[in-house]
Unconditional design. Structure first.
Length: 105
């Protein structure tokens, strides 16, 4: 769930859903994303989960350990998460790119 909530798709939706300056908005905003329950047999779910674990480890190394190389790897993993979440929701690469551009990512 962490990977989905931190994906470009969710950040894009929140930006245009929330009032200006409110950031993520009320916690109830999460119910509008239709986050599916994890299914162990679903390849996309497993990929998102594994990428999320990698991102968490890299973020710790980058933000706490100030390991610059981890920051570059983290960006790559985050891009993989965005693509996997787009696949989960049936979003095309072109639509994902529009969201990334709108967020300045």
């Amino acid at each position: 769930m962490c990977a989905i909530l931190n994906s470009v798709m969710v950040r894009f939706c929140v930006r245009y859903y929330s009032s200006a300056g409110r950031g993520f908005g009320a916690p109830s905003v999460v119910k509008h994303f239709g986050i599916p329950e994890y299914e162990k047999g679903n390849e996309c779910h497993r990929r998102i989960s594994e990428l999320s674990k990698r991102a968490q480890g890299l973020a710790k190394r980058y933000y706490e350990g100030k390991e610059l190389g981890a920051g570059e790897k983290l960006r790559e993993v985050e891009e993989g998460i965005d693509k996997a979440v787009a696949e989960l929701y049936g979003t095309t690469g072109e639509e994902l790119e529009v969201m990334r551009n709108a967020l300045g990512v």
